[in-house]
Every structure is written in structure tokens, then in C-alpha cells.
Design a protein around this ligand. Structure first.
Ligand code: NAD
Ligand code: UDP
Length: 322
């Protein structure tokens, strides 16, 4: 039975990966310090009383000890939403740098294959569109987002160094905006914020004039892409995202329609260095992994809304619970 360590496994994406690797017949070790994660995301795996699932509370910026063999190490630990990494700048830099170093050291010691969760943020505010993996990016190192972007760029560099100098088998996934059930409702990202606001009947807070674009992918598509990449022989970074691009204003309007809300839109100041456009070029994933997204936004948003309806306290649910 393959044995797989997932750092950040109690987070949004990590918990979906735990599910997938358990379903694939792996023994899964989920390691997390819960700084932005939530044990509820993995509670169902405990309830199965399955000896193939173990949770280890640990900060991966410190030495990681795991007894026994390991076949795969997936390094997903890191604050990931802009408000999280603005609140936790040093932790974000440390987990991207020291945490990646420790996770790579573990992979080397166990002769395990290592996969790094990188991000479209390595392209910064991109000057080419859509973004191909060959683009080197346009990042402000000293801006507020620099703590995340540069940590991930360092993480990619040290991953390639372990690959070239220590012969560790490595994979790098550059993840574009991903959404789905188990997102924290208050993580400040566009989708959880808009859905929560729409369900409460509050105005949706669009930053800037809302003309900036993003391309949103449903979490199941990402998990499939990551699984294929891990099992492939592709050592170059691979973009995994849905190229269906939309402006943030249109996205807010779409969520108002979908929820049937009477909310309006208010405009607030655009955060510094907010990328103007973002769309993955997924030619490499198509050709090398035979991967393409399968869930369109209408379907993905409908599935996600079911989760938000149960997760967001509205005045109705508040009065029931009080
Ligand atoms: P998340 O905040 O839900 O999950 C991150 C997890 O890492 C949390 O459970 C947190 O407690 C844990 N963690 C953070 N620092 C840690 C440390 N020092 N030691 C141990 N655990 C630690 O975020 P997410 O959206 O699930 O993102 C997961 C990964 O995917 C991150 O590396 C992020 O950079 C990357 N990513 C996510 C997206 C996206 O759209 N969600 C896009 C690009 C990249
Ligand atoms: N955004 C917004 N209102 C919000 C939250 C986010 O207009 O309440 C915008 C944000 O400025 C960015 C886009 O939505 O242009 C996506 O933001 P998110 O935080 O989801 O992810 P990013 O891609 O910026 O990391």
C-alpha cells in the first residue's frame, strides 16, 4: 500500500487530496498546524475509523519526523488567501522557505516523490496573457503580496535544486484560483466573500472597478490534475486551472443571480498589486497529462452553493440556533 504524507492536509485543498488518496488505496498521513486549516475538514476521515488515515499536528517549518517508509510527499502547507498571508506574513515566508526545505529533506531521506503546491502568483501581475509555464513573471518582491509570491518562487527554486543536486523526484503544480466546498467562509477570497454576502443579503464588495479578471476552477478538477501530475514523469511546472476567464464584476453578478439574492454591489479600493488579469494556458497539462477541466462554472458554483448554504449563518439560521 503506498504511503503518502500531505502537509496542509487539514486545509481546503489538502483535505480534498486526503479524500482522493484514501480513495486510491493509499495510507495517508495528514500533517498540519491548523493555522488556517480546520479539523472539521477531515473529521469524516476519523469517523471512518480507518487505520489508513492519521493526523499529525505539527508546524512543518520545524524538523519533520515520520517513522517508516514514505512513497509520496505532497507539500500544501501555506496560508493561501490574500488576507491570510497579509495577516501572517512571516509564517507565510517561513512555510514556503523553511517548510519546503524540511519537506524536501524528508522526501530525500525516504526516497519519496515530492510534489510542491505552487501558484499562479509566481507570475505576479502578468504582462503576458494567458500565462504559460515558460513565463518568468512580474512580481513586486517588497509589496504586500511579495511574502507569498516570493516564498512560492523560492519553494520552486529549492524544489528544482533538490531535483538536480540530490536526485529527488519532484513535481511542481502551479494552481490557479480554485473553489469548492470546505473553503473558509471568511477567508476573504472573492468567492467565499461574495457567496456569504449574497446569502446574507449584504452588498457584494467588488474591489476596484471589477474589470480585473480571474479564471476559476472547481476543486475536483484540480485534484484530478494533481493526481495525474504526481503519477506522471513531468518534472517541469504544470499549470492546473480552468481557462474560462471572467471579470470580478461579472463574477459578483453571477453569484447574485445564482443565489437569488437581492444584494447590490459596492465598490471598494483595489488592493495593492492586485493582478489585472489571470488565465492559465493549459497546453502542457493537456498534452503531457491528458488533463482538462471537466466541471464548468455553472455546475461548480451550484455544488459550492449547497455547501455555503449550510455553512453561512444567515438571520434565519441565527434565530433558529439562538
Ligand atoms: P488553506 O489555508 O485552506 O490550507 C493550508 C493549510 O496549511 C492549512 O490547513 C494550514 O493550517 C496549513 N499550514 C499553514 N502553515 C503551516 C505550517 N507551518 N505547518 C503545518 N501546516 C501549515 O489553503 P488552500 O487554499 O487549501 O491552499 C493549500 C495550498 O495550495 C497552499 O500551499 C496554497 O499556496 C496552494 N494554492 C491554493 C490555491 C487556491 O486557489 N486555493 C491557488 C494556488 C495555490
Ligand atoms: N475581490 C473583490 N472583493 C472581495 C474579495 C476579492 O473584488 O471581497 C477581488 C480581488 O481584488 C481580486 C479578485 O477578486 O481581484 C480575486 O481575489 P481572491 O482574493 O479570490 O484571489 P487572488 O486571485 O487575488 O489571489
Amino acid at each position: 500500500m503506498p504511503r503518502t504524507l500531505i502537509t496542509g492536509g487539514a486545509g481546503f485543498l489538502g483535505s480534498h487530496l486526503c479524500d482522493r488518496f484514501i480513495a486510491e488505496g493509499h495510507e495517508v498521513l495528514c500533517m498540519d498546524n491548523l493555522i488556517t486549516g480546520n479539523p472539521d475538514n477531515i473529521a469524516h476521515l476519523f469517523e471512518r475509523d480507518d487505520e489508513r488515515f492519521t493526523f499529525i499536528k505539527h508546524d512543518v517549518t520545524n524538523y519533520i519526523h515520520v517513522g517508516g517508509d514514505l512513497d509520496y510527499v505532497l507539500h500544501f502547507a501555506s496560508p493561501a488567501s490574500p488576507i491570510d498571508y497579509l495577516k501572517l506574513p512571516i509564517q507565510t515566508l517561513k512555510v514556503g522557505a523553511l517548510g519546503t526545505h524540511k519537506a524536501l529533506g524528508l522526501a530525500k531521506a525516504k526516497n519519496a516523490r515530492f510534489l510542491l503546491a505552487s501558484t499562479s502568483e509566481v507570475y505576479g501581475d502578468p504582462q503576458t496573457h494567458p500565462q504559460k509555464e515558460t513565463y518568468w513573471g512580474n512580481v513586486n518582491p517588497i509589496g504586500p503580496r511579495g511574502v507569498y509570491d516570493e516564498a512560492k518562487r523560492f519553494a520552486e527554486a529549492i524544489t528544482m535544486a533538490y531535483n538536480r543536486y540530490h536526485g529527488v523526484e519532484t513535481r511542481i503544480v502551479r494552481i490557479f484560483n480554485t473553489y469548492g466546498p470546505r473553503m473558509r467562509i471568511d477567508d476573504g477570497r472573492a468567492l467565499p466573500t461574495f457567496m456569504s454576502q449574497a446569502l446574507r443579503g449584504d452588498p457584494l464588495t467588488v474591489y476596484g472597478d471589477g474589470s480585473q479578471t480571474r479564471s476559476f476552477q472547481y476543486v475536483d478538477d484540480l485534484v484530478e490534475g494533481i493526481y495525474r501530475l504526481l503519477m506522471s514523469s513531468v518534472e517541469e511546472p504544470v499549470n492546473i486551472g480552468n481557462p474560462d476567464e471572467i471579470t470580478i464584476k461579472e463574477f459578483a453578478e453571477e453569484i447574485i443571480r445564482l443565489t437569488g439574492s437581492s444584494s447590490t454591489i459596492t465598490y471598494e479600493e483595489l488592493p495593492k498589486d492586485d493582478p489585472q488579469v489571470r488565465q492559465p494556458d493549459i497546453t502542457r497539462a493537456r498534452e503531457r497529462l491528458q488533463w482538462a477541466p471537466a466541471v464548468d462554472r455553472a455546475e461548480g458554483l451550484a455544488r459550492t452553493l449547497d455547501y455555503f448554504r449550510s455553512a453561512v449563518p444567515t438571520s434565519d439560521t441565527a434565530s433558529v440556533s439562538s
